[in-house]
Design a protein around this ligand. Structure first.
Ligand code: 5GP
Length: 213
């Protein structure tokens, strides 16, 4: 198991409805040391990409993206889920169906923050059905920018998002892929990924997720 899988086993809680709660360390209270390890791992997996911007979506992606951004030395843009009075100028808008809240959100990014010169790494906490990611990809495409890759903390591999996004040809790197979980027993089963002794990938080995399918 890698460092994130170990933490999920230790502190994650499996809920009914295919929901994994990780709010004690990832998306409510945040363990910054863990986020830093995740950022280093994203940097390693996307080392060969000319990334100059990270894009995420509020709220849970922001912390992960900001810590990762320190490893890439690039700014973070986060898509907003509602139009606020602070949003001015022209905007890119995409519709996203929320997995956790079962509603449709508009996700919005100011046009001045994404341009055709941008090479974007998209980061989010979870990948379930892929709706959030497809909205973010649509926004990058609207800007004429390039999606260089997608970094996810936890992919629920038994839902369709990972397959859809990989079939679109993107380099999708999920640090933990949950292939099954049981709300009654609390059991969590991970997809095998190559690990080194320090819990991340072996040196020089790039994990292309498509080879893990
Ligand atoms: P998708 O759009 O891929 O269906 O769902 C991804 C979004 O839903 C993520 O941004 C995340 O906030 C939320 N999400 C999906 N599944 C889970 C889950 O099992 N636990 C938590 N905490 N959030 C989830």
């Amino acid at each position: 198991m890698n460092f994130l899988e170990e933490r999920i086993v230790k502190d994650g809680v499996v809920k009914e409805g295919n929901v994994l709660k990780v709010d004690s360390f990832l998306n409510h209270q945040m363990d910054i040391g863990l986020l830093d390890q995740m950022g280093a791992e994203f940097k390693r997996r996307f080392a060969d990409k000319p990334i100059n911007k990270i894009l995420t979506i509020e709220a849970s992606g922001i912390g992960i993206a900001c810590v990762a951004a320190q490893h890439f030395n690039v700014p973070v843009v986060f898509a907003k889920k509602s139009q606020s009075i602070n949003l001015d100028g022209d905007m890119y808008v995409a519709e996203v169906e929320s997995f956790t809240h079962k509603c449709i959100n508009h996700v919005i990014v100011g046009q001045k923050f994404l341009t055709p010169d941008d090479h974007v790494l998209i980061i989010d906490d979870f990948l379930a059905n892929g709706c959030a990611l497809q909205g973010l990809i649509q926004i990058v495409q609207s800007a004429g920018a390039t999606v260089e890759g997608i970094g996810i903390a936890i992919e629920k591999g038994f839902q369709s998002g990972g397959r859809i996004i990989r079939n679109l040809g993107y380099q999708l790197e999920s640090l933990a892929i949950v292939d099954g979980m049981n709300a009654e027993t609390g059991e969590i089963r991970f997809r095998e990924q190559p690990v080194s002794t320090n819990g991340s990938l072996p040196d020089g080995e790039v994990c292309r997720s498509s080879t893990l399918d």
